[in-house]
Design a protein around this ligand. Sequence first.
Ligand code: APR
Length: 232
Amino acid sequence: MNDVRTIVILTGAGISAESGLATFRGPGGLWEGHRVEDVCTPEALARDPALVHRFYDLRRAALREVAPNAAHLALARLDADWAGELLIVTQNVDDLHERAGASRLLHMHGELTSALCAGCEARVRWPDPLPPGAACASCGAPALRPDIVFFGEMPYEMERIERALAGCDLFVSIGTSGAVYPAAGFVQLANHYGARTLELNLEPSGGSGWFDESRMGAASVLVPAWVEEILR
Ligand code: APR
């Protein structure tokens, strides 16, 4: 891969699984009898804000119990040592990439440690429990909600992501089932623009057929090995 200069990496829940955070569609993907998909919608927030806020309060609190694993650390090393362009696009709302030290990072589905004003769209750091109806410091509206992109909402920074995909030489997808668009379509976009595409996942995913190469195994093993290879 001597000709690679520009890399885009997409990560999903699988990269944080070995840190102890449950994935969405594997075992443990249910919460208090609700399908996770049924809690992460604008409709659920309107119908039962206390339930939705409690769900994210618990997940935010869980961040304190976990630490980055070898896969996050390897990507942080790549971020530090890769002289070319790099963008890590994560679908994860945990903060394990940044705690590992990665900075060329974008959270396309929002962040647990941030709150969003449903009124003026201000985003503020919010590491604590977030009660429904908390007031926004910018506009005063009692409208702070978890800064999470719900099903049916547009992910953050799509233009920047599409530009990066259009200009990359290599697209690497790590620990994602390829079940949720638009992220599931990034491999097709990268292919379309002529990038090489590589998947690192525990098992074949919905998108496996689109990748030039798929390697199956645990992220904590596959990611450090690939980073070693690309930096060599
Ligand atoms: N190493 C590598 N891959 C793993 C590991 C592991 N240790 N453990 C699980 N996986 C893989 C699973 O095989 C699965 O293909 O990670 C993938 C996780 O898939 P999902 O649970 O569907 O998570 P993700 O793809 O991130 O979900 C996308 O869906 O609910 C929404 O917004 C939420 O960002 C999320 C989006």
